[in-house]
Design a protein around this ligand. Sequence first.
Ligand SMILES: [Zn+2]
Length: 487
Amino acid sequence: MEYEAIIGLEVHAQLLTESKIFCGCSTKYGSPPNSQTCPVCLGMPGVLPVLNKKAVEYTIKMVLAVEGRVKEKSVFARKNYFYPDLPKGYQISQYDQPLACGGFIEIDLPDGRKKKIKITRIHLEEDAGKSMHIENEDTKTLMDMNRCGIPLIEIVSQPDLSSPEEAYLYLGKLKQILMYLRICAGNMEEGNLRCDANVSVRPKGEKGFGTSTEVKNMNSFKGVEKALEYEIQKQIRILESGGKIEHETLLWDEKKEKVFSMRAKEESHDYRYFPEPDLVRLVINQGWIEKIRKTMPELPDQRENRFIKEYNLPEYDAGVLTSSKDLADWYEEGLKYYPNPKILSNWVMGEVLRELKERRVEIRDLRMKPKDLAELLKLIDDKTISGKIAKDVFKEMAETGLLMHTQKKAEEIVKKKGLVQVTDKAQIEIVVGKVLSENQGSVKEYLAGKKKLFGFFVGEVMKKAKGKANPKMVNEILKEKLKIGDA
Ligand SMILES: [Zn+2]
């Protein structure tokens, strides 16, 4: 029997506000434990939470980006559970009246089709603290409450995803949108983007849903794909052997590449949700939404389409260049100085991205500015250097800019290293002459019909000229000399 998977994702994204959601404490990452806390986020008696307007604004941006509906009225609720990292004994979240519902995220499937993944709801809530288990002579657990009260948005998808790969693509798209909006750092490894999955399987073609399990603790994009793959295969094995799927919460162990049962899954009634009495209903008027709409940046899909139309780029190029806002901005800045979209695209997708990947850095870490690359490309166009030499110059520009923090300009490197292309016919003729007289055996073979030796002569000339001879002229001169055989 063939099975299909049904996957829904719950993604928690940490919002990039400067202060926490219900108090003025800083959200700065990496500060000493418990240095960013106050009576409000520590849950002392008698304190009152005050909602951070920026957090609501960021949430609305996300809702607008996925074309969801912001509700005029929503309610914060207490989600009660007991855990050491939750000093209040409850988390302020939203339950039956979330801030927004509806909308979709469109993913590009590998076969070229597009698929819309519907969004169930988007709500706002606070994060809990962090436990650190220290093992020494006596095992201890330390608590850091800096994360208590950090604003999170939870984005819940409908169970529209039918494979681990689709889940991976959805997550990537979600991250891309969050980062375009500049409302989340989008780093799963650092925990500011977290993902839980609801997974079930059913025989292909059937309509009903099977019992689902919840998989948590997936700390990377690849981890999500692997964990889902594992869980789906496990469920199929259980069903095939006549077993029953238990409704439970599972933890993914990245090292062992296995899931482990954490506990029988809580139902929402286990949390005894009730409206947060310390916060009034959240009322959002249409005027504010429209104001926020005006500040919305161009989103990834729109930008990709514009790149195709406006710059006449292939879909592939447009997709790569708009994969992050920073990269797309860098490319468009470069176009101001070098208005040949396809050539610039080739260099950004080739040399620039390769350099970033090799050095494991982001485009914003690159000191080389788009204008610097444009100047290098102009040197090729005006025949000062060849394309091949330009790649070496590029390497040095990137290196001096990344490692030594003394970004050198293309022209400076070309002059200093004497890389200016030789276009003087007499000079090239001398080199060609030398190569041919040093390789008389090959010349004879060539003249006797072994035409593929031509490439060898070109290579030798370029080697002797240290790559600086104009390749077109080298070709012409070689042809001329070999035709008349005056070597
Ligand atoms: Zn605080």
